[in-house]
Design a binder for this molecule. Structure first.
Ligand SMILES: [Zn+2]
Length: 376
């Protein structure tokens, strides 16, 4: 494959990225059709519009699809789900060649689309732009293979690994409440990236400790369109979430609380009346099992989960081995404290971090690293 093929696949990947917030629980897919070096059709998948990216591209190309080369970021499907198989439509349209970035990550379907296309006499090439395509569909791959969401642990830290600055700890409660939103650890550029991450995620998970300390909103303020609201999930074993918290005051069918309290307690009913949904899980040592939480979120078609929590939940999640990826924003600040460390997990045994990447966001440095590979 030549440089043109790489350039065309990059275009298809750019289209696929437009599916952030719009494709889930389906994969993000982009597709273009090229004839005589010209793009004659293109599209990306949006769940609400049903048509897969290939069909959107074929419809936009019309008759020009005949003899064209299709560049698509994922193996075309060969099964009937909410739509007919894309392979049939590609064959019927007279596409001559298909270049796909990656195989279908669902082991049940993997390779079947390519086989069908080849059997119909279409040339098939794979692997161009594979790394990028896989990156886009880590959440889908994780969910389709395990029925649980892909978990990214995000944190903003001082250089000495603290989640809070010293002066925040010393503030009186009332003053802290009044000034809450003005003392951020990370830069504006980092916070914009966090909102981009929230936009790409289906749900956000935090612990009651973080709500009590920061009273955060935990909403997606990227301004980008999304088909489902970002589901805000709180682990609150004792149901001690305040009815006056900003989280509850902004609840709009997007707040889920996991607890080990009985679902019909007075507090549970009050929280439900205020707009939260309560899920009671049998507890282990008073806390909901993280595996059970993930299973329930997976059942609700949550593909990607952003963990934005404090030391206790960060430590528990790392200890339980549920974190796939870390995204840590280090701000050039020193706390001088050791009370709000990144994660409390005294017996933590982690395999070496993989695929480490650093990136500047304003004055901050973000460290991205993997703990698990969903494609293995
Ligand atoms: Zn399809």
């Amino acid at each position: 494959m030549d440089a043109h093929a790489i350039r065309f696949m990059e275009h298809a990947l750019t289209l696929a990225r437009k599916g952030a917030g719009l494709a889930s629980p389906n994969p993000m897919v982009g597709c273009i059709l090229v004839r005589e070096g010209q793009i004659v059709g293109e599209g990306f998948h949006q769940y609400e519009l049903r048509d897969h990216a290939e069909i959107v591209a074929l419809k936009s190309a019309g008759e020009k699809a005949r003899g064209a080369t299709m560049y698509v970021t994922l193996e075309p499907c060969n099964h009937t789900g909410r739509t007919g198989p894309c392979t049939g439509a590609i064959i019927a349209a007279g596409v001559q060649r298909v270049v796909a970035a990656m195989e279908d990550p669902n082991p049940i379907n993997s390779g079947a689309g390519f086989d069908r296309l080849r059997a119909a006499g279409i040339e098939v090439f794979t692997g161009i732009g594979e790394e990028e395509a896989r990156l886009l569909n880590e959440p889908f791959t994780c969910w389709i293979r395990t029925k649980k969401p892909f978990v990214t642990l995000k944190s903003a830290l001082t250089l000495d690994g603290q989640l809070a600055l010293a002066r925040e700890l010393h503030k009186s409660r009332q003053r802290a409440r009044r000034q809450k939103r003005t003392t951020w650890i990370s830069s504006e550029e980092s916070r914009a990236e966090v909102h981009r991450m929230r936009h790409a995620a289906d749900a956000l998970l935090t612990g009651i400790g973080t709500i009590k300390a920061d009273d955060p909103l935990l909403t997606d303020r990227s301004g980008q369109p999304r088909r489902r609201q970002l589901l805000r999930v709180v682990l609150d074993s004792q149901l001690s979430l305040s009815l006056k918290s900003r989280l509850l005051r902004t609840a709009d069918d997007d707040l889920l609380i996991f607890t080990s309290e009985a679902p019909n307690s007075r507090k549970a009913r009050a929280l439900e009346k205020a707009g939260a949904e309560i899920v009671s899980l049998r507890s282990r040592g008073g806390r909901a099992s993280l595996e059970a939480v993930l299973a329930e979120l997976g059942r609700r078609e949550i593909l990607s989960l952003l963990l934005e929590a404090g030391p206790t939940l960060n430590g528990a999640a790392l200890g339980a081995g549920i974190v796939h990826k870390l995204m840590l924003f280090y701000a050039p600040k020193i706390s001088g404290q050791s009370r709000v460390s990144f994660a409390v997990a005294p017996d933590l045994r982690l395999a070496p971090l993989q695929r480490i990447r650093t990136q500047p966001f304003g004055p901050d440095i973000a460290v991205e690293a993997y703990l698990q590979d969903v494609f293995r």
